[in-house]
Design a protein around this ligand. Structure first.
Ligand code: SF4
Length: 493
């Protein structure tokens, strides 16, 4: 077989335009259409002016800069220097900028000035998808994932560790100062680099000690003070907890399966439980609709969350955290309440009368209504040793204000309907984390500080949603020629 001729110096009589080099359904075209479709109020919400100044050197068009960032996040390019390189050697970026080459400083200044407004863009993607009927808002699923902070684990110290580091740094500074002052040489015009670094470190340790005391923390990371040690798949590391709420796409409209992120946030607490109510509010605000069914894992199961759901009228499909006693034959749910005598009847048919109120049970604040069986009855019961091991009194039930709700929810979770709903949870949320981490590169944040990583995650969620919208738009494009616009999304056909 002959070889094809190859000539890298080939000159073209009529070179193709950039537009000809980019396929019609390319995601860069969709990003440009999305950015061009933002109305003035959205730009104003983001604090970005579209008019340049009359004086000074011409600035880059904010539409081009925003498109670069969004398309970069969509394709897993998130650093300014990599974006700068892409603006020189990738056709899609050259098309987006109109053959301009903003450098990393320009790109960073734009991102730094507007990154906290990225929630507005995420909301715009959600509202666009909801507006064209792309999302099935009958159900949503929530979960959190640990994303590594831009900080080394061995830079995490407790109070004693910080004091030892401070002592070592002070000794090093004294030694360096003594070296500089000794001898007959004139003092250096500038602080030697080593000494400067030691002084910066001392200042940082002082700040970290202050942070530790003010926030009541046990440990603090010197590189990123907001990051916390959390357990992830790679072990214990300084990380953040990225919370995500998703809803499935409507298969009829989306010509395929998929999910849309309807709310996103980042917190620096490892536990998920406190995040359910704020994420429900956020998803409602983003979608403009209340989603009736929410799927969550046991990490979100608390009495307070169930109460919040009951107040909102939401249905939660959420198992209890692993608690071996719940399945046991003498768990308190197996005791039957008798309202006429205000007592419970145990599985062995014995009565537990009301004995009084208690403020707390050592774990949760009350008030608790305490019901207790007679000691003599329990000691001769065949279930003694399983139901209770108390030698001094009979089995007691502590009934708190949320017990009725907890019992009702346990019963709901044993139904076939709840089991079928819950079986969908993993399939909804896990692929989203997989795409965010594997394809968009969200295994580690690039920025430091809670506010910054929150903005970074908003951009990642926006990029995820743009990919979803682009696929829907591209599938419509493939069905026939259509004018390039967000209005070409399926429901507007
Ligand atoms: S130990 Fe007491 S409360 Fe428990 S089943 Fe036996 S009689 Fe009932």
């Amino acid at each position: 077989m002959p070889l094809r001729p190859m000539n890298r110096d080939q000159a073209w009589l009529l070179p193709p335009t950039l537009d000809e080099l980019l396929p019609d359904d390319h995601p860069a075209r969709f990003v440009a259409a999305f950015v061009d479709g933002l109305d003035h109020s959205t730009w104003a919400d983001m604090g970005i002016g579209l008019e340049g100044d009359a004086m000074g050197a011409p600035a880059y068009n904010p539409r081009a800069l925003l498109s670069i960032w969004l398309y970069g996040f969509m394709t897993g390019i998130r650093s300014c220097r990599k974006l700068e390189a892409a603006c020189r050697d990738q056709i899609s970026f050259l098309w987006l900028t109109g053959w301009q080459h903003p450098d990393h400083n320009t790109l960073w200044r734009f991102y730094q000035a507007h990154r906290h407004a990225m929630r507005t863009l995420l909301k715009h993607t959600v509202r666009t998808a909801v507006g064209v009927g792309l999302v099935d808002l009958a159900v949503q699923a929530i979960d959190g994932t640990k994303v590594a902070a831009n900080a080394a684990g061995d830079r995490t110290y407790d109070e004693a560790g910080l004091e030892r580091l401070l002592a070592r740094t002070d000794a090093a500074i004294q030694e360096l100062e003594a070296q500089n002052e000794g001898g007959d040489d004139p003092p250096p015009p500038r602080l030697p680099e080593e000494l400067h670094q030691a002084q910066v470190l001392r200042e940082r340790v002082h700040c970290a000690m202050e942070h530790l005391t003010q926030q009541g923390l046990r440990r603090v990371n010197l590189t990123d003070e907001d990051a916390r040690l959390m357990k992830g798949r790679q072990g214990i590391m300084p990380a953040y907890n990225a919370q995500t709420m998703v809803s499935p796409l409507d298969p009829a409209q989306a010509s395929g399966s998929g999910m849309l992120i309807t709310a996103a946030d980042v917190v620096n607490t490892a536990a998920d439980s406190a995040q359910l109510p704020p994420m429900l509010e956020e998803s409602e605000e983003m979608t403009g609709a209340r989603v009736p069914v929410t799927l969550a894992d046991g990490g979100y199961h608390t009495a307070a969350n169930l109460e919040a759901g009951a107040r909102r009228g939401d249905v939660f499909v959420m198992p209890e955290r692993y608690h071996p006693g719940v399945q046991g034959p003498y768990f308190k749910d197996r005791f039957i309440y008798d309202a006429a005598t205000d007592s419970y009847v145990c599985p062995q048919g014995q009565r537990l009368p009301f004995r009084g109120l208690r403020r707390n049970n050592g774990k949760m604040p009350g008030p608790f209504r305490v019901y207790r069986a007679s000691r003599t009855v329990c000691r001769v019961c065949p279930a003694y040793g399983v139901c209770t091991k108390d030698k001094h009194s009979g089995r007691a039930l502590w009934i708190g204000p949320s017990d009725t709700l907890l019992r009702k929810h346990r019963q709901w979770m044993t139904t076939e309907v709840a089991k079928r709903w819950y079986a969908r949870r993993k399939g909804l949320i896990e692929p989203v984390f997989g795409i965010l981490k594997e394809q968009l590169g969200a295994r580690r944040f690039l920025l430091r500080g809670l506010a910054n990583v929150r903005a970074e995650f908003m951009m990642l969620a926006t990029a995820f949603n743009l990919r979803v919208l682009w696929r829907a738009w591209a599938s419509h494009q493939s069905q026939g020629p259509a004018e390039l616009s967000l209005a070409n999304l399926p429901a507007r056909m």
